[in-house]
Each structure stands twice: as C-alpha cells, then as structure tokens.
Design a protein around this ligand. Structure first.
Ligand code: NAI
Length: 476
C-alpha cells in the first residue's frame, strides 16, 4: 500500500468518478482516491449504489472495488490531496444562469476556483505534485480585455495567491476528457487518444513521462502538446462535433419537403472516409452539459478578440440548434386546435440515449413550450428521474412550479400513454424502437392519436396500420 503512486480526483461526478474507476481497474499498481464535497454522492459510491446510469459500469467498478481494492471514495478532500502524487480537477463548470437567456456567455467557475483554493492550501515544496485539469477549458479575458488566458493560467493565478512559489509545489497539466456519456466506459478503456498539455520546458517533458506511466496499461496514442493547444483543442473538438449535428439538422426540413430521407443522406455522406459515419443523426437538437457551453465559450473568445466573422460562423451552429427546436415545437402545436383538451406524451427526457443525464436536454424546451400552450404533458424516460427533471427545468429557466398540466411518469408506460393524443419521441432510447406500440395505441385516445418521431428511429408503416392518424418522422 505505502509507496504506491497515488492519484486523486477532486470531483466525483461523471468525469471524476468514471475516469478514476477505469484507472483503478486498469492500473492495479496505482492507488486512486475520489473526493467530493457532496456527502450523498460519496455515500452512494461507497455503498456501491450508482448515482447515475452508465452502461457497463458494473464490471469495471467491481474490478476496482472488489478485485484490485485500490480505490476509495471520501469527502476528506485535503487528506486526499495530501496523499496524492497527481491530482485531477474534475469539478463542475456549469453555464452561468444568464447564459441560457443569451445574456452572458461564460461558465460559472466558482466551484472550480474553490477547488483550486483548497489545492493551493495543500501546496508543499517538499512534495511536488502534478495538477491535472480535466474540467472543460474556460477562457477568461484579462483586465485589458485583449489577451485570453486559459484554465492553466487561472489555476496558476489562484495558486499564486496562497503560495509564494507555486511552481515548486505543482506542475499544471491539461488533460481534456473526451468521454461521451452512454458510451463512457468504452471511451475510457479504448480512448482514441490521450492528450497531454504541459509546459514546453524540461519539467514539462518529465511530467509527460510520469503521466504516460500512470496510463501504462492503456493501448492508445499520446498527443503531447503545449498547454494552450490542449485546452483549445478540447473546445474545438466539441465545436466540431456540435457542428456536425447542426449540419445534418439543417438538412432535415429540406428532406421533408423534397421527399428525401435524412438517414439516407447520413449514410451517403457518412460512408465517405474523409467525413465518417458518427454524429450524423438528425435530432431535435444537441444537448448535454458540454456542447452548448463550449460553443458559447468559443464564440465569446472570438468576439472578445475582435475575430467577428469567425464568431459569426460558430454562432450559426448554436442558432441552428435553437431553430430546429422551435420549428419542431411549432409543427407539433399546429396539429392540435384545442390544447386544453389534448394530452401529449413525450418519450424520453435524457439528453440522449443510455444516460440518465438530463443536463441541457433539448426536451426541456418542448416540455415547457407545450405546457405553456395549455396541453397536458406526460413525460416518460427509462432512466431519468423526477428530481433531475425538476432541477433541469429550473436550470434552463423554465418556471413550471405554478403549473399543474404535466406529469413526470418515469419508466411507467401505462401512466404515460393513458388517453394520450400523441407520442413524441424525444430521446432515441432503443426501447422506443421495440416497445409494443399495439399495446400503447390501445391505451391512447381512441378517436385521435398522432405520432412524432423526432429522432427518426421507428418505421412509419406499422404505426399507420395501428391507427395513428399521422406519423411524422424527422427528416422524412
Ligand atoms: P458533475 O457535475 O457530474 O461533477 C462535478 C462534481 O464536482 C460534483 O459532484 C461536485 O459536487 C464536485 N465538486 C464541486 N466543487 C468541488 C470541490 N471544491 N471539491 C470537491 N468536489 C467538488 O460534472 P462532470 O460532468 O463530471 O464534469 C466535470 C467537468 O468535466 C466539467 O468542466 C465538464 O464540462 C467537463 N467534461 C464533462 C464531460 C461529460 O461528459 N460529463 C466530458 C468531458 C468534460
């Protein structure tokens, strides 16, 4: 036990816990500590209850906890830092609330700053540590508003407030996390690349070697670059992924009006090796905790630096995302002349399939828009929970506290579809392809029922046969 190289993650959320569990499972030579200020979350991990849904987590968790026995979860953050040779910062950097209304474009860095202050207080020139930022790059403008500074500079600034010689205590490294929820375990076991951004000096080279050592059992390509490249690279990667979704979404209405099919387009274009098949599915919009935030950041940086045309280019990716939601919401509303006598069922509230995560889910916009119009809205999701539902509606600025015309039904189909006038597929869960729609149609309103597949995952013909008056399939 003693003498083992020890890493700790500050933050036991999606990134902190999953990266740590995989590291502990794959590297029995390491000692791994996961710490968080949230006692409930730590209790949950310690009691082997998963605080969120992620496929294939069980096996890796079992290897780490029961086989290697080299991971622990704790709220004793300073103790964890004290014991560690390398520290991963994996705390949340949520959008500031006014970001959603479009007023501000920065992330809320208060949790991040607080974590850095705790780390600073543990600085010790006698024990040099590696400090690794995994939280998404957040750029800040300096007082003059001309020079953008990256996260590493922000950390350095905070360390300098407490430590006279921060560089003797910590080497700051950027290692952006590329995992995608829903496929996180595979992403972490077999990463496309591990990006390591360090200072360019001798210390930076040595630090890179230590980090390669931490990941010695992983078969992957290491990309060693300077810190600024690593930080900006992550931002650009997310912008590119979001851009692909907006690009395919921008074609969906054209397909609907010309008789083409957007899935055919994805197949045709995605078969081109230069383009690739992933991230080309039409949808009501992209969501999740990173894409919108990172795009906003990119646009904000570009605007602040006077790179206006580039800012306009990337802001169109965001615009398309908003536009698609508005277009589809209006289309649904236009089908029902009497909202107060209409029940609508939304299938899916998670921002994508195979995760319980609802942060920045596009479905919140639909729920709110339909409730405001006076429809009775029922929401079904196999994994998302009621608490997450209310939190996210509030987070996105939708005040539904005074409303009574909705019901969150969790995974209960019967409750969700009873006497309903429409099914709206919002999240592409596999079970929405295979569920027994004959059964569902029987429980729905007998005189009028419509079907809106906003993820293009079901076949229209069998549904029409079951008596759905209209079957809308996005991009078809
Ligand atoms: P999360 O919200 O799931 O977890 C963050 C955790 O940090 C929370 O449990 C919170 O209690 C804890 N925390 C906050 N302040 C703390 C402190 N001072 N000391 C100890 N713990 C503290 O967030 P998530 O999703 O893990 O994201 C973390 C960062 O990684 C964010 O910057 C995010 O943008 C980025 N990221 C997220 C990805 C994702 O798929 N979720 C992928 C890649 C990057």
């Amino acid at each position: 036990e003693e003498g083992k190289f020890t890493v700790c993650s500050v933050g036991a959320g999606y990134v902190g816990s999953l990266t740590s569990i995989i590291l502990a499972a794959q590297q029995p030579n390491l000692k791994v500590i996961v710490c968080d200020v949230n006692q409930d979350l730590i209790n949950s991990w310690s009691d082997q209850r998963y605080p969120f849904y992620e496929p294939e987590l069980d096996r890796q968790f079992d290897i780490a906890v029961n086989q290697n026995k080299n991971i622990k979860f704790t709220t004793k953050i300073t103790d964890a830092i004290q014991e560690s040779d390398a520290i991963f910062i994996c705390v949340n950097t949520p959008p500031k609330k006014d970001l959603i209304s479009g007023l501000g474009k920065e992330s809320d860095m208060k949790y991040f700053d607080l974590a850095c202050q705790t780390i600073a207080s543990m600085g010790d020139p006698k024990k040099h540590r590696i400090l690794i930022e995994k939280s998404t790059f957040q750029i800040q403008l300096n007082i003059l508003g001309t020079v953008p500074v990256g996260t590493h500079k922000r950390i350095h600034g905070i360390l300098s407030q407490k430590l006279s010689n921060p560089d003797d205590c910590y080497t700051i490294v950027s290692m952006p996390e590329f995992l995608a929820e829903g496929v996180a375990i595979q992403n972490l076991l077999f990463p496309d690349r591990i990006v390591v951004g360090t200072p360019t000096d001798k210390n930076g080279m040595e630090t890179f070697e230590v980090i390669k050592g931490i990941y010695s059992n992983f078969q992957t390509k290491f990309i060693h670059v300077k810190t600024a490249s690593s930080e900006l690279g992550k931002l650009f990667a997310n912008a590119m992924l979001a851009q692909r979704i907006s690009s395919i979404n921008s074609m969906s209405q054209l397909c609907e009006t010309t008789g083409a099919s957007v899935q055919d387009l994805s197949k045709i274009v995605g078969s081109d090796k230069r383009i690739g098949q992933y991230f080309l599915n039409a949808s009501p919009a992209f969501g999740g905790s990173c894409f919108e935030k990172d795009l906003q950041s990119l646009v904000y940086i570009l605007e602040s630096l006077g790179q206006t045309d580039q800012a306009m280019y990337w802001s169109q990716v965001l615009h398309m995302n908003q536009f698609q939601k508005r277009r589809l919401l209006d289309m649904i509303i236009s089908e029902f002349p009497n909202p107060s006598e209409t029940v609508l069922t939304i299938f899916g509230f998670a921002f994508k399939k195979n995760t319980s995560d609802t942060r920045m889910t596009p479905i919140a916009y639909f729920v709110n828009g339909l409730i405001e119009k006076g429809f009775f809205v029922r929401i079904h999701d196999p994994q998302a929970n009621e608490r997450g539902f209310y939190l996210e509606m509030e987070m996105q600025g939708f005040d539904i506290a005074e409303r009574f015309n909705f019901q969150f039904c969790g995974s209960d189909y019967n409750k969700a579809v009873a006497n309903s006038n429409a099914i709206i597929i919002g999240t592409e869960w596999d079970e929405y392809i295979t569920t027994n729609y004959r059964n569902i149609r029987d429980q729905m309103n007998q005189s009028r029922a419509l079907f809106f597949d906003l993820r293009s995952i079901v076949d229209e013909e069998p549904l029409k046969y079951l008596g759905f008056e209209k079957v809308f399939k996005l991009g078809n």
